[in-house]
Design a protein around this ligand. Sequence first.
Ligand SMILES: C[S@@+](CC[C@H](N)C(=O)[O-])C[C@H]1O[C@@H](n2cnc3c(N)ncnc32)[C@H](O)[C@@H]1O
Length: 275
Amino acid sequence: MNDAAPEWPAPGIDPDVPSAARVYDALLGGRDNFKVDRGAAEIFERLSPRVREAARLNRSALLRGVRYMVGEGGIGQILDIGCGLPAEENTHEAAQGIDPDARVVYVDNDPMVLSHGRALLADDRTTTVVTADLRDPSGILANPDVRAHLDFDRPVGLVIAGTIMQIAEGESPDAIIAELMAPLASGSHLLITAWPDTGEPAQHGLSRACLETLGNGWCRPVERLERHFQGMPMVPPGLEYIPRWHPGEPDRAVPAVDDLAPFERTHMAGIAVKP
Ligand SMILES: C[S@@+](CC[C@H](N)C(=O)[O-])C[C@H]1O[C@@H](n2cnc3c(N)ncnc32)[C@H](O)[C@@H]1O
């Protein structure tokens, strides 16, 4: 063995315990995961059939939302919390495909996201990765890398995709989001994707699989999810199932809710704008 080789897995990464970032990577067909994560992904699939397609839908909503914010919302800087491991296409690529100067700060509490994210972004002066916890909003806002990369006098696009379901009610998800939005300039956008609970087995199965493998993950009534947006005006069509969610395309024909497959009703997306 080469003594100069970097330590692997890096400190803080336990290959025997599944992590949300790695299980999601496994569901998306990525390679940055361990056997234990692939085992967890199988539990997800058993309890919520076609969950891999649902994960891809979630990812497509993230990228669609980022393009909307940068393209139509004129947002030049994004704070993506719970960003996950690098995937085929990522927030900074979607944003910078429209505005090459768009700045992106990725935040995640999984140490593997930092190591893999840094490797991917080594040359990217406009993009950075920070290890921090969504449950510590003041820590994120005070983080020197966040402050150095984002200009809080200009609107920011706050992204919390596929992550708010991991915050328990007792940890006050709405208060966390409110604290993050508070210092952001008027015109800032908030993009959230989340798990609705309309009583469907595929939704409950997703939550059960997450609780069983990762210890958290709750689907919530749609009215409850709407409160995440703090009463701010929503970009049409509001909070919607992802196959029906096309912000900035009001005339686009979308499938009826009843025509969606159960896996297509496991995730919703929405964007709100700070007045
Ligand atoms: C399902 S992945 C979503 C990735 C990406 N946002 C997307 O939608 O494609 C959830 C991510 O949230 C991260 N996460 C979960 N709880 C978190 C917390 N309290 N603070 C920061 N990140 C968190 C996980 O590590 C994981 O990378």
